[in-house]
Design a protein around this ligand. Structure first.
Ligand code: MSP
Length: 656
């Protein structure tokens, strides 16, 4: 049986602007909720779209010198493309210039009119074109709204008005009685504060001769609908109000996700309009904060501080961008977004914690279990992991219901870190060397792989592409939260991918390797893996150990460092830099050519005990075969010092 239907919406975006990461933030958040609810067994509908009427859009089209319809078609297409680039899974994309929308706007406004809630009047006030609403003097800072570039304009005109004030007391009581209706609670208090004073009536039309770009009022075609009255109605027009079964299924089981800039419209205009028209109210208004750009101000095109979602997705991959936006700060807070933060978060959570464990587990399954997952015979350590996994879906579900989305992902990552600790404690690479420990090895690898499967299932709403790839690497099909969040669903014998791709290779900033340590080392020291326990060459890329300047014990162990005695030294003719050294390593004499002549005279060298790389492939320099390389330290000023050991150290001694 399906769980309760769930309808989630984004604001519909003005097409005066190109999509930026501020828009993407709201859309990705809504997509996460939609995907989660679908996966958790709810009949789900997810709506987004574009807001294409109003003065702002009209002016933008005029400014671009384009036909208005052609302009809105083009920019609306950009939003569609952006959502495709971010794997947004909307069920519908509504445009307010579509006939299906216009029809419903007229129907709802007619109902409000028929309820006796509309009158014609004259109004004089300050109008913000940026926010598309009349503003109070008390809202202005230095003569304008803080989020606007331009000051409001004084406007006096005859409009149709909606009797919003008539519903003020009703709305106040509704908000008092429904504390969770606006989330977070601070925004509810803000609205309650506003509703203590008269709110006035709402001008709902503009004369067509001044603004031709809009939907004509059904009772007066010389006026077009005020853009907010037009836009808010998208939430029901897209469901096919009043007859379509979708409307009956999904309205009012609705969560509206909005930015805090449009709280008043959603928590005052919209519920009073719905009330007047006789429609039920949505279930929740979920208010997100602002993402600021590099200058610390709300990201918006007019401030020229935007991050381009296309560029980010192209550079770092869709899922990295999605994950970052969902993890960036608790929903409802403000915060700044930037590429450095994205890379840091990606490397810490995805490359180190998740990707590394996937890679290590699959390498061992391939190497020691012939590529097939074995059976589990859980002991106390496994039972602890299972217990953690067993409670995880419920914990995540309850965090999501409370809009703690950041917290929900953190809970999953805590589990992944727990798996890393378990893996390190159990040391499967050591078990693999002991033929008696085969059962334990199978159990440990089963536990790691099964834990990763559950993490992938729960992370799908955040990272649909990578989690599908992860499940496929585990030899599994995509699975829903509803069916797949239980422990023990992976049948023994499941074959993992023989050459799984590196799912989350580390990102280096500007090509420079970064030094973040793997997760297991951040939280606690990782037990040393004996050099021989893992064969020297990984079977496939293991990001946390190979992708930056970290190397494994094995890799270090392959470099044969020895103490060598310098027997002879002479300058290589016709060079400034090269000395030819005769050295002895144990019983063996060799020739080494070294670029140290600028710092050391030939005669200074004889008798020294230096360190050389003894297993370097011989190389010819100026016709001389050099059989090794000596080690020296060079500082930023170009000073060079040979690495030496006390002269009584035996030549040939191994440097460890
Ligand atoms: N068209 C109206 C909404 C009508 S809904 C019936 C509108 N459009 S908008 O394009 O200007 O902004 C839409 C939403 O985009 C904002 O409410 C907010 O949710 C989101 N954001 C735009 N810039 C943002 C940030 N810098 N940070 C977070 N969200 C941002 O308002």
């Amino acid at each position: 049986m399906s769980k309760a239907p769930c309808y989630v919406t984004t604001p519909i975006y003005y097409v005066n602007d190109q999509p930026h990461v501020g828009h993407a933030y709201t859309t990705v958040t809504t997509d996460f909720l939609a995907r989660w609810h679908r996966s958790d067994g709810h009949d789900t509908w997810f709506l987004t779209g574009t807001d294409e009427h109003g003065e702002k859009v009209n002016n933008a089209a005029a400014g671009a010198g384009e036909d208005t319809q052609a302009f809105v078609d083009r920019v609306s297409g950009r939003f569609r493309d952006a959502w495709q680039a971010l794997d947004i899974s909307q069920d519908d994309f509504i445009r307010t210039t579509e006939e299906r929308h216009k029809r419903v706007v007229r129907a709802i406004l007619q109902r409000i009119y028929d309820a006796g809630d509309v009158y014609f009047g004259e109004y004089e006030g300050l109008y913000s074109v940026g926010q598309e609403r009349y503003v109070g003097e008390d809202e202005l800072v230095d003569g304008k709204l803080p989020e606007d570039r331009d000051p409001p304009v004084l406007r006096r005109e005859a409009n149709w008005f909606f009797r919003m004030e008539k519903y003020r007391e009703w709305l106040r009581e509704f908000l008092e009685a429904n504390p969770g209706w606006i989330h977070p609670a601070g925004y509810r208090s803000e609205m309650l504060g506003l509703l203590r004073e008269p709110v006035g009536d709402l001008s709902i039309s503009r004369p067509r001769d001044r603004l031709p770009w809009g939907i004509g009022l059904p009772w007066d075609d010389s006026h077009v609908a005020y853009v907010w009255c037009d836009a808010l109605i998208n939430y029901v027009s897209a469901l096919g109000y009043p007859d379509d079964p979708r409307y009956h299924t999904f309205w009012p089981r609705t969560w509206h996700l909005i930015g805090k800039d449009i709280l008043r419209q959603h928590a005052m205009f919209w519920p009073t309009m719905l009330r007047s028209a006789g429609l039920p109210l949505p279930q929740r208004i979920l208010v997100g904060g602002y993402l600021s750009g590099s200058d610390g101000r709300k990201m918006s095109k007019s401030l020229d501080n935007v991050l381009d979602p296309f560029e980010l997705a192209h550079r770092y991959g869709t899922d990295a961008v999605r994950y970052y936006l969902l993890r960036i700060f608790p929903y409802g807070n403000d915060g700044s977004a930037g590429e450095a933060g994205l890379v840091e978060r990606y490397n810490a959570d995805l490359a180190n914690d998740l990707g590394n464990l996937v890679s290590r587990s699959l390498t061992l399954v391939n190497r020691h279990l012939g590529g097939a997952i074995g059976a589990q015979r859980p002991g106390p350590a496994e039972r602890e992991v299972q217990q953690h996994a067993g409670g995880l879906a419920g914990a995540v579900r309850s965090s999501i219901a409370r809009m703690r989305l950041n917290g929900a992902l953190e809970e999953i990552m805590q589990f992944v870190r727990r798996l890393n600790r378990y893996f390190n404690d159990q040391q499967p690479w050591a078990l693999a060397k002991d033929p008696q420990a085969r059962e334990r090895l199978e159990t440990v690898l089963y536990t790691a792989v099964e834990g990763l499967r559950i993490a992938a299932v729960l992370l799908e709403p955040a990272m649909p592409v990578k989690t599908a790839a992860l499940l496929s690497a585990l030899g599994l099909q995509p699975q829903s939260v509803r069916d797949g969040a239980r422990w023990g669903l992976t049948p023994p014998g499941t074959r993992v991918a023989a050459n799984p791709p590196a799912l989350f290779p580390r990102i280096d900033v500007g090509g420079r390797p970064r030094n973040a340590k793997p997760a297991a080392q951040r939280s606690e020291p990782k037990p040393a893996e004996p050099p021989q326990s893992i064969p020297p060459k990984p079977m496939h890329e293991e990001p946390a150990v190979n992708d930056d300047n970290l190397i494994t014990f094995d890799e270090f162990g392959r470099v044969d460092l020895r103490v060598a005695e310098v027997l002879t030294a002479e300058r290589v003719p016709k060079t400034d830099r090269l000395l030819q050294l005769g050295i002895r390593i144990g019983d063996e004499e060799r020739t080494v050519v070294a670029g140290i002549a600028a710092w050391y005279e030939a005669e200074q060298m004889v008798g020294r005990k230096i360190i050389v790389v003894a297993n370097l492939k011989p190389a010819k320099l100026r016709g001389i075969v050099s059989q090794g390389m000596l080690l020296a330290a060079e500082d930023d000023d170009g000073n060079l010092a040979l690495l030496e050991v006390p002269r009584d150290t035996a030549s040939g001694a191994k440097v460890k």
